[in-house]
Design a protein around this ligand. Structure first.
Ligand code: SF4
Length: 128
């Protein structure tokens, strides 16, 4: 019985990236439970999300027509599901926007139905 219990458990060591302290966290994962040791509540939340639904903020550039620069930098408005990032990048590589674009403007809403928007991070003026 004890041996079976041990087999259904996983042990992980993760470095928390939520703040500059970078605590080393010990994680025990069994069928329905994740236990975290070595950090604060924020670190625990980070680990649970990282294991169950890892997400990342995506930053990239898009082609822009008639801009003073050929590309406009953008990022997602919040972290995006990591496993869908390749699909997102394929979609973004097909987009082209028109200048001008202002910093903070939303270029695309609800990316791939995930409730995350795409935001301009640098103003690109139109060519004269
Ligand atoms: S566990 Fe808490 S204190 Fe440690 S790095 Fe993460 S957020 Fe910072």
């Amino acid at each position: 019985m004890k041996l079976k219990e041990q087999k259904s458990r996983e042990f992980l060591e993760l470095i928390c990236i939520v703040c500059p302290l970078g605590c080393s966290l010990s994680v025990t994962k069994s069928d329905d439970r994740i236990r975290v040791r070595g950090g604060c509540k924020k670190g625990e939340k980070y680990v649970k999300e990282e294991i169950t639904n890892p997400r990342r903020v995506v930053t990239t550039t898009l082609r822009i027509k008639n801009g003073v620069w050929p590309r406009v930098p953008v990022r997602t408005s919040s972290p995006f599901p990591r496993d869908k990032i390749p699909e997102l990048m394929k979609f973004l590589s097909s987009l082209e926007v028109e200048a001008p674009q202002k910093r903070g403007e939303v270029i695309a809403k609800n990316l791939l139905g995930e409730g995350v928007d795409l935001v301009v991070t640098r103003t690109i003026e139109r060519k004269e």
